[in-house]
Write a protein that binds this ligand. Sequence first.
Ligand code: FAD
Ligand code: NAP
Length: 447
Amino acid sequence: MSGRVAVIGAGPCGLSQLQAFESARRGGARIPEIVCFEKQTSAGGLWNYDWRTGTDAYGEPIHAGMYRYLWSNGPKECLEFADYTFAHHFGQPIPSFPPRPVLADYVLGRAKAFGLRRYIETNTVVRQVSFDQDAGSFAVTVRNRDKDEQRTEHFSHVIVASGHFSVPNIPHYEGIESFPGRVMHGHDFREAREFKGRHVLVVGGSYSAEDIALQCHKYGAASVTISYRSAAMGFHWPDTVDERALLASIDGAEVSFSDGSAKEFDAIIFCTGYLHHFPFLDDELRLRTGNRLYPADLYKGIFWRANPKLMYLGMQDQFYTFSMFDLQAWYARDVVMGRIGLPDGAAMDADMAAWSKREEALPDPIAQIDFQTDYCKDLHELVDYPHFDLQLLADNFKEWEHDKEHDILTYRDKAFRSACTGVLSPVHHTTWLEALDDSREAYLACG
Ligand SMILES: Cc1cc2nc3c(=O)[nH]c(=O)nc-3n(C[C@H](O)[C@H](O)[C@H](O)COP(=O)(O)OP(=O)(O)OC[C@H]3O[C@@H](n4cnc5c(N)ncnc54)[C@H](O)[C@@H]3O)c2cc1C
Ligand SMILES: NC(=O)c1ccc[n+]([C@@H]2O[C@H](COP(=O)([O-])OP(=O)(O)OC[C@H]3O[C@@H](n4cnc5c(N)ncnc54)[C@H](OP(=O)(O)O)[C@@H]3O)[C@@H](O)[C@H]2O)c1
C-alpha cells in the first residue's frame, strides 16, 4: 500500500509499532514504508541504562533515567507480549519481578527476533514536525548525529512514541538555594549507594518516591523521609523510613514541613514526576496533558483529534505498559492501513467524553486498574493481536496492590500467573531485599 509512516522513538512504544507493521507484513499484507527515528544509539528507550546525566555526547538532554538496581515495580505477567512470551524468550520460567537488564533483554529480544532493526535510524533526533494542509502530509526534520546532517522528509502519518517520563518536573521551594547538600531529581538518580549513611529527603507521593526511598533504604541510607503533596502512600515502611506532609521551607540543612515538624537532611531527591514535553511538534499538533489515564484530545487514547493522521502511543499514566502499547500499536496500524475506519468527529468526541467522565469519577487504584483494563479490552476487540487473558491481568494488578499494602518490602517476592501461557511463575531464589546484584546472570541463575 502507499503511504509513509514516521515513528518517533524506538522505546517500547516505537518497537510495538514496528512489531505491529512487521507482523502484518509477515501475514502477507502490503504495508506502508516505515521509518523510525531514534535519538539514542540503540533502541530500548528508558530501559537503556545511561550513566550520564544532563546532556549526552551530542549536547542533547539525556533521555533515560533508570537507575542501577531498578527492578520491575509491577509483575512481568502484566506486561508480557502475547506474541512473544517470557518463557519463549528465556527458554526457562523466570520469576515475576525482573531487574531492568532482564526486561531490557526481553524487549530487545523480540525486536531482534522479528528483525525490527531495519526500520530504525538510530542516533537521529527529530527536530521539527509540521503539517502541510495543502499537501496533506507532514514535514519531518531530523538530524543524523553520526553524519552531523539535517534533512527534511515527508510522511503521510506520524506516530509519536517519544515517551513522557524523561523531562523532569522540578518545583521550587523557598530557601532551597541555601541547602548545603545534594539536590537532584529522580531522573538523575543512578546509584543508591551514594546515599549510604545519609539522611535523605524524597519529595513526591508516587512510584518514583516509593521506589527511590526503598532503594536508599536497601543500600544503607541512615534515614529516608518522604514528603507528599496530596496524600501519604501509607505503606508499612521500615523503621528508618517515614512520610510527612509537604515541605514548607528550607533553611540551610533544616527542612520544615507543613505539619510543623522539621529535620536536617544530607540530600533532597525530587520525585515530582515528569512533563509531557514535545519540543519537536508544531503547536497545533502538540499534546498538552498531565500524567493521567485518559489524556484529552486523543481519540481511543491514540489519535490526535484535530488531525488523526498524527498518533501518540503510551501517553497515559500506566498500570499496563508493554501489552497496552502493543494494543495501541496494532490499532494505529489498522487505521493507517484502512482496516479500521475512524468515525465522524461527533462520534469521536462522544467516545472521548464518556471515557474522560468515567476517569474523573474513579475513586481508587482498584477502579483505575479496571478502567485501564477496559481501555485495553476496547482496543483488543477490533485488532488481530493474539488472545491473552486481560481479566487475569486485572486480577494480578489488584493482588499486587494488596501485596504492596501488606508489606512494601516483600511484594516483589511474589509469583504471578501468565495471561498468555497460564503458567505460574517460580519464586525468585533470593528475596528482593537481599538481592544486591541486579545482573541478568545473577537473576537467571537457578537458586
Ligand atoms: C524510572 C522509571 C522506571 C520505570 N519502571 C517501569 C517498570 O518497572 N515497569 C514498567 O512496565 N514500566 C516502567 N516504567 C514506565 C516506562 O515509561 C515504560 O516501561 C516504557 O519505557 C515507555 O515506553 P515509551 O516507548 O513510551 O517511552 P521511552 O521508553 O521513554 O522511549 C522513548 C524513546 O523515544 C526517543 N526519543 C525521544 N525524543 C526523540 C526525538 N526527538 N527524536 C528521536 N527519538 C526520540 C527516546 O530516545 C526513547 O528511546 C518506568 C519509567 C521510569 C521513568
Ligand atoms: N520500576 C520501578 O521500580 C519504578 C521506579 C520509579 C518509577 N517508575 C515508573 O515511572 C513512572 C513515573 O512515576 P513518578 O512517580 O516519577 O511520576 P508520577 O506517577 O507522575 O508522580 C509524580 C508525583 O510527584 C508529585 N508532585 C508533582 N509536583 C509536585 C510538587 N510541586 N510538590 C510535591 N510533589 C509533587 C505528585 O503529587 P500529587 O500526587 O500530589 O499529584 C506525584 O505524587 C511510573 O510509570 C512508574 O511506574 C517505576
